[in-house]
Structure formats: C-alpha cells, structure tokens
Design a protein around this ligand. Structure first.
Ligand SMILES: Nc1ncnc2c1ncn2[C@@H]1O[C@H](COP(=O)(O)OP(=O)(O)OP(=O)(O)O)[C@@H](O)[C@H]1O
Ligand SMILES: [Mg+2]
Length: 142
C-alpha cells in the first residue's frame, strides 16, 4: 500500500464478525485514532457515520460464501486518515449505482451517497465475486 511507504504512516487493522453489534468496535477504534490525530468533535462524528455505513454495506451486501468476517484498516499519517473497509463478498459495479433522488427519498440506497458527502475522497475497488474495498479519506484541517 503506497501510503504506508511514507515514514510516518501507521496502520491499525480490525477483523470484525459480520454481526451489526460489532460495528461499534469499528466506531470506537476510529474515535480513539481520530481523537489522537486532532480531528474536531464534528469531524469525528462525520467519520463515525461514514465508517458505520461502510461496515453495514460490508455486512449486508458484501457477505459472500467465505466472508463471515470483514476488515477495517485505519491508515494514519500526519495529514490524513485513510479508512479501508474490505469484504470478500459478491462485489458490485460503482458505475451501476445511481445517485439517490433526494426529491423523492427512499428508505435505502443512501449509504454510499452519505459516505461521499462526509469524506474528502472515496474510492471503491470491487470485483464480481471477489469482494470490495471502499477507501475513505479525511484530511486534517490546519
Ligand atoms: N460492500 C459491498 N458489496 C457489494 N455491494 C455493495 C457493497 N456496498 C454497496 N454495494 C451496492 O451498492 C448499493 C448502494 O449502497 P448504499 O449503501 O448506497 O445503499 P444500501 O446499502 O442499499 O442502502 P442504505 O445504505 O441506505 O441502507 C447497494 O444496494 C449494493 O448493491
Ligand atoms: Mg448501505
């Protein structure tokens, strides 16, 4: 992973069971890391929402045959926090996901949209039947 070649980067990895009760572990770990990095309370709240949505997707859509667990990587350097949520599920094509119609809101289909709104950068790497990595980046404000 390119960002890890930088001298000051560190990585924290969680392997979580596909059970909604454990999303709080991803959120708590995130709070600890983001707080240490100096993110504001508001930014930490946004990060928590984004990571929860990504974990929920990993559990709900990502679950393939051998994917009882999914992984959350937190990659930290002096200027930004990168969060990768990785599953071994069915995968999907980002292009095929339509943006939600906010004038006619539905009950679902908002997760990726919310993640994109709250994070500075979002990248999805997904392949049919071999899983998904969603990378979310938040920069530290000066
Ligand atoms: N990790 C994933 N693996 C496979 N498909 C995914 C994954 N994440 C998202 N998707 C696909 O992208 C679609 C949109 O995801 P999004 O989170 O925006 O909405 P949702 O999960 O369907 O509903 P909501 O998040 O509002 O409860 C999903 O319905 C699913 O088809
Ligand atoms: Mg979702």
């Amino acid at each position: 992973m390119d960002v890890l070649t930088k001298d000051d980067a560190v990585k924290v990895t969680l392997t979580l069971p596909g059970n909604p009760e454990y999303v709080s572990v991803a959120r708590l770990t995130l709070s600890g890391i983001a707080n240490r990095m100096g993110f504001s309370v508001d930014a930490i709240e946004d990060l928590k929402v984004a990571v929860s949505e990504a974990c929920t997707n990993a559990m709900k859509h990502g679950r393939g045959k051998n994917s009882e667990n999914y992984m959350v990587n937190y990659i930290v350097n002096h200027e930004k926090l990168i969060i990768d949520v990785c599953d071994n599920g069915v995968g999907f094509q980002m292009d095929s996901i339509a943006a939600p119609d906010l004038k006619n809101p539905k009950e679902s289909g908002l997760g990726l949209y919310i993640i994109k709104t709250l994070m500075d950068e979002v990248e999805v790497k997904s392949e049919k039947n071999s899983g998904t990595v969603i990378r979310m980046i938040k920069k530290l404000e000066e």
